[in-house]
Ligand binder design. Structure first.
Ligand SMILES: Cc1cc2nc3c(=O)[nH]c(=O)nc-3n(C[C@H](O)[C@H](O)[C@H](O)COP(=O)(O)O)c2cc1C
Ligand code: SF4
Ligand code: SF4
Length: 264
């Protein structure tokens, strides 16, 4: 049984989850959502099973994933699922995704899951480090195994009701989307920058150019924070608090993986 998993990632959690599921299912292809964003055409996957794996942003979907889902035609698909990775709270994003899928396809996803993974929103908090991070990743690995088992059995899993995150999404998500692409105006590269260009290479949407040996952000940002977390010298800051906070990337994900997400 052929499976296609569409993925989007900023710091590698969602790619690690997508890979974990793919490996367990067998005959599975990973397709990067950013590589499909260049066209507006309908996406009709030639697969029996189709999955979407991505992070939760502001209790909702990353904008690029919402736009992708609006183009996804599941009429030839026997079984569909979504797995959203998150730092702690985000069931409402599954409801958003199911709403888009239902509008476009007349039915919702067969199975919807969330997985808690290390939170990466460093402007708000310190990402988990050391032992704490290891424990979260080990628990996530276990959960991903369970999810793959349920998908393999073709189980129907409806998203659980999440009144609190739905309420939080109601109050915050529209504002997040409104300013999203220009949110990169808050980024700066400080004096630690060594002009290595890594930030330009990991950005999933080619939003960074090097100018005068410093990154310059071009205002079509998805706020995935890949640039900030992958910078080898932690030179990229967003607001007053990130200079003293840690950085995070999923330990299994490399710069080469991030370049692959861009289709390189
Ligand atoms: C812009 C942004 C908003 C986020 N909002 C939420 C949120 O509402 N709830 C949550 O649990 N985690 C939130 N997170 C944390 C991510 O969902 C989490 O770390 C995820 O696993 C990152 O996946 P990735 O490594 O594939 O990019 C947010 C992260 C970013 C960058
Ligand atoms: S500029 Fe940075 S935060 Fe924005 S999409 Fe690119 S890597 Fe992500
Ligand atoms: S990744 Fe960091 S050090 Fe390298 S160019 Fe970007 S900001 Fe400078």
């Amino acid at each position: 049984m052929k499976t296609i998993i569409y993925y989007f990632t900023g710091t590698g959690n969602s790619l690690a989850a997508a890979r974990g599921i793919c490996t367990r299912l067998g005959d599975c292809e990973l397709v990067s959502i950013p590589t499909l964003a260049k066209s507006q055409a309908e996406i009709v996957p030639a697969a029996d099973r189709v999955g979407i794996v991505c992070p939760v942003y502001d209790f909702g979907l990353p904008s690029i994933v919402a736009a992708f889902a609006e183009r996804l035609d599941l009429s030839r698909t026997a079984y569909s699922f979504a797995v959203l990775t998150m730092g702690g709270m985000g069931g409402s994003a599954l409801h958003q995704l199911n709403h888009i899928i239902r509008k476009h396809n007349g039915c919702q996803l067969d199975a919807s899951f969330t997985v808690r993974m290390p939170g990466n929103f460093v402007p708000l908090y310190n990402p988990p480090q050391g032992k704490k991070q290891e424990v979260i990743l080990a628990q996530a690995e276990e959960r991903i195994g369970e999810i793959a088992g349920m998908i393999d059995k073709g189980l129907i899993v409806r998203p659980v009701l999440s009144p609190l995150t739905s309420l939080l999404k109601y109050f915050t998500y529209a504002g997040f989307i409104k300013n999203l692409h220009e949110s990169d105006k808050a980024f700066i590269a400080n004096e630690k920058c060594i002009a290595c260009g890594t930030c330009t290479k990991v950005c999933p949407v080619q939003n960074i150019m090097m100018e005068n040996e410093r990154p310059s952000w071009k205002h079509h940002c998805e706020l995935c924070l890949a640039c900030l977390h992958f910078c080898p010298v932690a030179a990229i800051q967003m607001g007053p608090k990130t200079a003293t906070r840690g950085r995070y990337k999923n330990p299994s994900v490399t710069i080469a993986d991030m370049k692959k997400q861009r289709g390189e």
